[in-house]
Design a protein around this ligand. Structure first.
Ligand code: NAD
Ligand code: DAU
Length: 359
């Protein structure tokens, strides 16, 4: 007997897979993992839970209403944690269409499917049901030298990615105010950790360094991000899902602001210690300045005080401890990295999984 059945969308991605691994390890919940398996979704990130009967994977697109209706009818979930999204800012600049489709149309489709299901539940289950929308601090725009985003900060998204996430946040809140759907929303800062797709700053720098390639730093390297270890984010998500007040938003962050240059230098120092170059030159010699990202947001920082005060969450990892764990993970998991980089995984996937297939 399990106490809860939960839908997790995007559970084969970076944060979603960390959340699924944590929920399977630390709860008795049954997790229905709904993921389209785009380039960013990877079943190899779920290898440790693949054989657990409480983890049920279903390859489905959140834009597919019929597939979602069938999943709701079949599994009768107690809630939804919605992480599925197109997530990379650079990709959104080169091709915004998928971002509009998944982040906006997909969230709308999921909300409608959830509303249809929720509407026919009995009163007790209608009250206890939760739709948890997982969003980003990028919806708030860009900060100057001082201050931090909080739950009252006005929206000011500036990239196709952040605009599409902002739109999805507005839809979720509208479904609460208009239809009464019991929602909670979280807006989190930059995550890092194991199983991170190597298009994002930290895994890209680690793997380029090890491959002897340039470390491409946008602009002057003085843009600032506020970093949070992915398992701490997953723990925050569970806290808000279980204890968050309906209709409320919670900002999540690691209180670990760093310039991109500081991040790259910290990675180079760790790699010099853990996997020194054969020629003994430091990895920092591979740093290269490249053209800036168009519309590059200058600084993000999160004030997570509400989550800390009201729900008692705080991160367990410091930036130093989390970064060390992350570098060590990439050094000890070359097979995962090789599959992601070679496209071998995608070929395996195409042979084994069709949309709608349940594992
Ligand atoms: P990711 O790109 O690693 O994973 C996204 C997952 O969604 C993938 O498994 C992908 O296959 C799946 N997906 C994409 N389109 C889909 C669709 N149409 N239907 C079903 N599944 C689909 O992303 P991530 O970094 O794990 O981010 C997860 C969520 O957290 C996103 O909503 C993102 O906006 C948010 N977020 C990310 C960060 C961060 O630093 N990575 C910070 C704050 C918030
Ligand atoms: O703030 C939360 C967001 O963090 C999430 O919503 C996004 O899904 C996630 O991708 C992340 O967005 P960023 O754009 O901040 O992450 P990214 O890793 O792409 O870049 C981090 C910083 O590093 C940013 O200032 C751009 C810079 N950068 C990035 C890459 C890939 C470089 O200088 N060089 C690079 O090659």
């Amino acid at each position: 007997m399990t106490t809860k059945t939960l839908f997790v969308t995007g559970g084969a991605g970076f944060i979603g897979s960390a959340l699924v691994r944590q929920l399977i390890a630390e709860t008795d919940w049954r997790i229905i993992n709904i993921d389209k398996l785009t380039y960013a979704g990877n079943l190899e990130s779920l290898a440790t839970v693949a054989d657990d009967p409480r983890h049920i994977f279903s390859r489905a697109d959140i834009c597919d209403r019929a597939a979602l209706d069938a999943l709701f009818a079949q599994h009768q979930p107690d809630g939804v944690m919605h992480l599925a999204a197109e997530s990379h800012v650079d990709r959104s600049i080169h091709g915004p269409g998928d971002f509009i489709q998944t982040n906006m149309v997909g969230t709308f489709t999921l909300l409608e499917a959830a509303r249809g299901y929720w509407g026919q539940l009995d009163q007790e289950h209608r009250r206890s049901f939760r739709f948890h929308h997982i969003s980003t601090d990028e919806v708030f725009g860009s900060l100057g030298e001082d201050g931090a985003f909080n739950e009252a900060t006005a929206y000011d998204p500036r990239s196709p990615y952040s605009a599409s996430k902002a739109a999805s946040d507005h839809l979720v809140r509208a479904w609460h105010h208009t239809y009464g759907l019991p929602v909670v929303v979280t807006n989190c800062s930059n995550n890092y950790g194991p199983y991170h797709f190597p298009e994002k700053l930290i895994p890209l720098m680690i793997l380029n360094a090890l491959a002897g390639k340039p470390l491409p730093i946008y602009g002057k390297g003085d843009n600032v991000r506020d970093w949070l270890y992915v398992d701490d984010h997953a723990r925050a998500l569970r806290t808000v899902f279980e204890q968050g007040r309906v209709g409320e938003t919670y900002c999540v962050g690691g209180n670990a602001e760093r310039t991109n240059m500081q991040v790259v230098d910290a990675l180079c120092t760790l790699l010099d210690e853990l996997a020194p170059r054969q020629d003994r030159l430091g990895y920092a010699t591979q740093k290269t300045f490249v053209a800036d990202r168009p519309g590059h947001d200058k600084r993000y920082a999160i004030d997570a005080g509400k989550l800390r005060r009201e729900l008692g969450w705080s991160p367990r990892e410091s930036f130093d401890s989390g970064l060390r764990k992350t570098v060590q993970w990439y050094l000890t998991n070359p097979a995962w990295v090789a599959h992601v980089q070679s496209g071998e995984y995608q070929q395996w996937l195409d042979r084994h999984y069709q949309p709608g297939a349940t594992a």
